[in-house]
Write a protein that binds this ligand. Structure first.
Ligand code: PBG
Length: 328
C-alpha cells in the first residue's frame, strides 16, 4: 500500500454510504440476550436502586417482559432469581425445589412465548445463606459436593423447559457432570453455555444487591472465580469446558475483559458471549443520568465493541433499549 498522500484513510469516512460499506462489525437484535430478575417476594415490579432501569419482577411481569423481548426480536432471555431469605440455607437446598421460583418462572415463560429462548443460571448463590456459589464447610467451598448439587439442579431446570443452562459457579468439572446428567435424563438437546472465564470481579456489586446476596456474602469468591490478572488461565478453563461438552462459552465481566474475548474467539472459534454485568451497566447509567455521557451512544458503542472483539452475542440489561434503538 502506498503511503500518504496516495493513501488517505479519511476518504471512505466521508459519506454515510461509504462508512457503511467499510464497516467491519455489525450489531443486531440477534446479538442480544436480555438479563432479567424474577422475585418471589415482589408483587408487580420493584426498582433496583443500584441498577437504574432494572427491576425485580414477579412472574406475571417476567412473562410480560418476555413477550416484549420476543416482540422486539430478541432471541433469548436469561433469568436470575431473587429468593426470600427464609428459603435460604447453607446448602442452597431451595435450588432443588421442583416447585421453586425458577422452575415456575421458566414454565410460565415457555408456555406464554415458546419461541423465545430461555437461559438460566445453574448456581447456588441465590439460594445459600452465605451467598457463595457452593456448599461451604468452615471457610471452604467444597468443589465435588457442589458439582453434584449443580448436576441435580440442572435437571430441574431442564425439566421445567430451560433451553440453555448456564453454570456460573466456576467449580471444576461441573460442565461434564451437568452434561452427563442431562443426557442420562433424556435432555440431549438442552444446551450448556458455560461461564467459562468468570473473574472474581468488583463489577457484580449491583447484581448482588438485586438478588439480595450482598449483605450476607462472607468473604469473597477468589478461591473459585478467576484472578483478574490472568489470561492464559482462561485458555485452559475454556479448553476443559469444551472437552466436557459446553456448547457456548462466556466471558464475564465484559468490557474490562475484551482481550480475553478476543483471545478465546481466535483460539477456539466457538460461539462466544460476553456478560455485560451489573456494575458495567450501573456505571454507564450513573454517568448518563448525570448528563456526563450520552446514554444511547455509549451503550451502542459498548455493544459494538463486544462484536468487534469477537462475541457472537451479549448478555445485557440494556437489551430492550438497544433493541428499540436498533429497530428505529
Ligand atoms: C453468580 C452470578 C453472578 C452474576 C451472575 N451469576 C455474581 C457472582 O458471581 O457473585 C453477576 C451478574 C451481574 O453482575 O450482572 N452465580
Amino acid at each position: 500500500m502506498p503511503a500518504y498522500p496516495k493513501t488517505r484513510l479519511r476518504r471512505p469516512r466521508q459519506h454515510d454510504f461509504s462508512r457503511r460499506l467499510v464497516r467491519e462489525s455489525t450489531l443486531s437484535t440477534d446479538d442480544l440476550i436480555w438479563t432479567m430478575i424474577v422475585s418471589d417476594s415482589v408483587s408487580g415490579r420493584e426498582a433496583v436502586k443500584s441498577l437504574p432501569g432494572v427491576e425485580r419482577l414477579d412472574i406475571d411481569n417476567l412473562v410480560k417482559d418476555a413477550k416484549r423481548a420476543h416482540k422486539l426480536g430478541i432471541p433469548a432471555i436469561a433469568i436470575f432469581p431473587h429468593i426470600s431469605s427464609h428459603l435460604k440455607d447453607g446448602l442452597g437446598t431451595e435450588a432443588l425445589n421442583t416447585d421453586g421460583l425458577v422452575p415456575n418462572a421458566i414454565r410460565a415463560v415457555k408456555s406464554a412465548v415458546p419461541e423465545l429462548g430461555v437461559i438460566v443460571d445453574v448456581a447456588l448463590d441465590p439460594f445459600t445463606n452465605h451467598g457463595h456459589d457452593g456448599v461451604m464447610v468452615g471457610d471452604e467451598i467444597i468443589n465435588d459436593i457442589t458439582v453434584d448439587a449443580l448436576a441435580d439442579g440442572a435437571i430441574i431446570l431442564a425439566d421445567a423447559g430451560a433451553d440453555i443452562v448456564a453454570p456460573s459457579d466456576m467449580m471444576d468439572g461441573r460442565v461434564g457432570a451437568i452434561r452427563e446428567n442431562l443426557d442420562k435424563h433424556g435432555h440431549h438437546n438442552v444446551m450448556i453455555m458455560s461461564y467459562a472465564a468468570k473473574y472474581a470481579s468488583g463489577f457484580y456489586g449491583p447484581y448482588r444487591d438485586a438478588i439480595g446476596t450482598s449483605t450476607a456474602l462472607k468473604g469473597d469468591k477468589r478461591t473459585y472465580q478467576m484472578d483478574p490478572a490472568n489470561s492464559d488461565e482462561a485458555i485452559r478453563e475454556v479448553a476443559l469446558d469444551l472437552k466436557e461438552g459446553a456448547d457456548m462459552i462466556m466471558v464475564k465481566p465484559g468490557l474490562p475483559y475484551l482481550d480475553i474475548i478476543h483471545r478465546l474467539k481466535s483460539t477456539y472459534a466457538v460461539p462466544t458471549y460476553a456478560f455485560q454485568v451489573s456494575g458495567e451497566c450501573a456505571m454507564i447509567m450513573a454517568a448518563a443520568q448525570n448528563g456526563w455521557v450520552d446514554e444511547k451512544r455509549v451503550i451502542l458503542e459498548s455493544l459494538i465493541s463486544f462484536k468487534r472483539a469477537g462475541c457472537d452475542g451479549v448478555l445485557t440489561y440494556f437489551a430492550p433499549k438497544a433493541a428499540e434503538w436498533l429497530s428505529n
